[in-house]
Design a protein around this ligand. Sequence first.
Ligand code: MG
Length: 363
Amino acid sequence: MNRRNFVMIAAAAWPLSRVTAASGGTALEAKIVRLNLRHTWTTTMSSSQFRDTLHVSYTRDGITGHGEGAPIVRYHEDAEGARQAVESVRGLLLAADPMQFDKVMAAVFGRVEGAWAGKAAIDIALMDWVGQKLGIPLYSYFGLDRGDAPVTTFSIGIDTPEITRQKTREAADFPVLKVKVGLATDEPTIEAVRSVTSKPLRVDANEGWRDKEEAVRKINWLEKQGVEFIEQPMPAEMVEETRWVRARVHIPIIADEACRHASDIPKLKDAYDGINIKLDKSGGLLEAWRMIAVAKSLRMKTMLGCMVSSSVTVTAAAHLSPLVDYADLDGNLLIANDPFTGVRVEKGKLILPERAGLGLRAA
Ligand code: MG
């Protein structure tokens, strides 16, 4: 490339990667951060060595709130789309009173179509700011006891039996593991994990089984392998088939890809026993809290999960974790260059920071 082209490309790329603006002491920054994975990460959907997430910081009154959203390829989102979504409401956010966060986020949800990772990044940054402004950690804001935070699973991605055994050994500190299946190698994967450990397992098929009889056969086999529940065995749209499967198995079936927002939950009630809530799907903490409330009102199990992301999103979700039955909040443990520290894990248990807001510190 000649120098003139390079300068033109660099000039074009700059505002796409990092935009800062200030207005009356309020500033908003939206930037794409590349997170490098410790291991190549494979599920039924993709295989990758890094993930790009959108990071938002919101500064006002000398306080900075941090937010993050991980765009989900399954829903046709990417980091640049998330960044553009944040830019489209820059004026609204700079002019708004952040203490009226419910009204602010309703306006953002009304203005922005899709782009749930972008909305999540805004919501988390605002709630981090509000917690710091009030001088309380977010779990206290939501009325929760940090001692009630559950154990988190550690996830084992799809790999060869040898690497699966190695990853299982590396997860020795975690009392419960989550294993990804859904490809042709389900049985060898579980057998590889079982050859190393007898601890409880939770299994995620990521929509991998399209045949309901095959799903029943596999789930009943998994139950014999000491599996506690199965997540999203069949494609999200196959609600009727999943209902048929649920009548023929004993372990709980948890919806992930089939359940993004509170309004999705009632129609899933008889097909699934519970839902996996992720801030990147819901558009942040406020909608995640509503999802937990709706699911509980329908007597469904609740779980908080995450995508591959930094400690920003994982810590935000962890602040709600005292409310749920299961946690799968290990996305930050899968990356090598986390820009922050926040929630910690001790023998699998989530340890919430007691500092105000999210309680993050720069790594
Ligand atoms: Mg899942």
